[in-house]
Design a protein. Structure first.
Length: 231
């Protein structure tokens, strides 16, 4: 019974993730510069690179490939697959499609598909200090009615992250996702130039039964940390 509850909670948590373990974090003086900004090199989507993360869900492998004018990014571990379609323009990074699948004993136990009324902007590029980016639109989950959603991103400074994969000079971002249904999720990302995502932590909304069970099972915070870079 407890195992079944764990699977349900894992599914609920995985469905909140749209998208290396830090042993040290040192604040850099760069975040004190008045007009500091960071370009698309911090959102690298290199098809020739495979990123391996140690995560709350075990070892997770991220691969990227290009389909026409969009990038497809896949995160895969023993129990789940997440595929997202991303569009990187000169001034923004958007997500256009999200699909997640949870497998139990090699049988698909549940899957979820998310679409938007238009490309959902995750962040404005270049990222600049003291300037928030915000996108408001509609989210469609499977056949459920549309839910309005607001995504806000903000630059929080620079940190040096040391993980099993090495030492990285990163920018730190926070993404706040609010839905009209009342759910709020916070995602913190540390990104390095020409690498992309080095570390992610996600704070899962604690409302309702799922929120209570995530606390009991220790899944109220999700962590992805870069373990290895393969080419």
């Amino acid at each position: 019974m407890l195992a079944d509850i764990r699977k349900i909670v894992l599914l609920a948590i995985i469905s909140t993730i749209v998208y290396g373990f830090a042993h040290t974090a040192v604040i850099d003086e760069a975040d004190n510069k008045p007009n500091f900004h960071f370009g698309e090199e911090y959102f690298s989507l290199n098809p020739d690179v495979k990123l391996v993360y140690e995560s709350t869900f075990g070892e997770t492998i991220c691969t990227t490939w290009l389909e026409e004018d969009q990038y497809v990014q896949e995160f895969i571990s023993d129990e789940f697959i997440m595929i997202q379609q991303l569009k990187l323009d000169t001034n923004k990074l958007c997500i256009t499609y999200l699909e997640q699948q949870l497998d139990i004993l090699y049988i698909t136990a549940h899957s979820i598909v998310v679409n938007y009324n238009e490309p959902s902007q995750l962040v404005s590029i270049p990222v600049q200090k003291d300037i928030k980016s915000q996108w408001t639109g509609l989210e469609y989950v499977n056949d459920h009615p549309a839910d309005s959603i607001v995504i806000t991103s903000e630059y929080l400074g620079n940190e040096t992250i040391t993980s099993e994969a090495g030492e990285f000079d990163c920018i730190k971002l926070v993404f706040v996702i609010k839905k009209a249904s009342g759910k709020v999720n916070n995602y913190y990302e540390w990104r390095a130039p020409d690498v992309g995502l080095v570390q992610l932590t996600a704070e899962v909304d604690q409302k309702g039964f799922v929120g209570l069970m995530t606390q009991i099972l220790g899944y109220d915070e999700i962590v992805f940390r870069l373990k290895k870079i393969e080419t």
